[in-house]
Write a protein that binds this ligand. Structure first.
Ligand code: PEP
Length: 250
C-alpha cells in the first residue's frame, strides 16, 4: 500500500515572512496528518521555513539544485548547501526548468544522481506538451524522460525517488487531465519501471499527478489506482486550498 504524498511547489512566490507564516499555519493545521507531506519554498525562504517544519510531519523541499557539489557556478545552489539547511527532498526536471530554462534530460539526470548520492529524496517531473499530446506522442515523450532521468540509477535508490507526471498543458492553466487520462499515463510509467527494474520496485513507486490540482478535483484523482498523490503549484500557496488537498486519502 503506497502512502499518499502531497507536495507544494511554491515556485517564485513568498517573502521570508510570508513563507514562515504559511509554513506555520500548515504545521498547525496538518498536525497528525498521516500522509507524506512536503513544501518547497523559494531558496531565500528555506532557512526560515526549515526552522518552522523541523521535527514536524512536513518535509522541506527545494525546487532545483546544481549538477555539481561546489565550485565556480555563479548563481547555483549546491546539494551540500541544501543538506546543510535541512532540505530532504528536491524537485528536479520541472517543466518550467525544462522548457523555460532549457534543462536537458542529460543535465536533469546528473542532478538526480547527485541528489541521490547525497541522500536527498528526488521528485522527478515528467510530462508532455500539448503539441506532443496532439501528435500522439505522450507515451514516447514521458517514457523517454523517465528513462533518461533515471539513467544509471540503481534499484536500491528507488525508495528515494518519486515520479511526478505533470502534463505541461495542465500546469498553471486551470486545465486538469481527467483522472482516467492521468491514470493511463501513470500506469504506463509503472509498467516501464517494472520492465526497467522489478515488479516490486514498480509497485512500491509513488507516482504523483501535477497540473492544476485543487481541493475540488483531488479526490477524483486520488481514486485512480496509479495516482498516489499530487505535486501542487498554485493551490499550495494558500493554506485554505493546500490543507484540504493534503488531507485527501488520509
Ligand atoms: C507545478 O508547478 O508543479 C504545478 C503542478 O502547478 P499548478 O498546480 O499551478 O498547475
Amino acid at each position: 500500500m503506497r502512502k499518499p504524498y502531497f507536495a507544494g511547489n511554491w515556485k517564485m512566490h513568498k517573502t521570508i515572512g510570508e513563507a514562515r507564516e504559511l509554513a506555520q499555519t500548515l504545521v498547525t493545521e496538518l498536525d497528525g496528518n498521516t500522509n507524506k507531506l512536503m513544501i518547497a519554498p523559494p531558496f531565500t525562504a528555506l532557512s526560515a521555513v526549515s526552522e518552522v517544519v523541523s521535527g514536524t510531519n512536513i518535509k522541506l523541499g527545494a525546487q532545483n539544485m546544481a549538477p555539481e557539489e561546489s565550485g565556480a557556478h555563479t548563481g547555483e545552489i549546491s546539494v551540500l548547501m541544501l543538506r546543510d539547511i535541512g532540505v530532504s527532498v528536491v524537485i528536479l526536471g520541472h517543466s518550467e526548468r525544462r522548457h523555460v530554462y532549457g534543462e536537458s534530460d542529460e543535465l536533469i539526470n546528473r542532478k538526480v544522481k547527485l541528489a541521490l548520492e547525497h541522500s536527498l529524496e528526488v521528485i522527478l517531473c515528467v510530462g508532455e506538451t500539448l503539441e506532443e499530446r496532439d501528435a500522439g506522442r505522450v507515451n514516447d515523450v514521458v517514457a523517454g524522460q523517465l528513462k533518461s532521468g533515471l539513467n544509471g540509477v540503481d534499484e536500491r535508490h528507488l525508495v528515494s525517488v518519486t515520479i511526478a507526471y505533470e502534463p505541461v498543458w495542465a500546469i498553471g492553466t486551470g486545465r486538469t487531465a481527467t483522472p482516467e487520462d492521468a491514470d493511463a499515463v501513470q500506469a504506463m510509467i509503472r509498467e516501464r519501471m517494472a520492465n526497467a527494474y522489478s515488479d516490486s520496485a514498480a509497485e512500491a513507486l509513488c507516482i504523483q499527478y501535477g497540473g492544476s490540482v485543487k481541493p475540488e478535483n483531488v479526490v477524483g484523482l486520488m481514486e485512480r489506482p496509479n495516482i498516489d498523490g499530487a505535486l501542487v503549484g498554485g493551490a499550495s500557496l494558500m493554506s485554505e486550498s493546500f490543507v484540504p488537498i493534503a488531507r485527501a486519502g488520509a
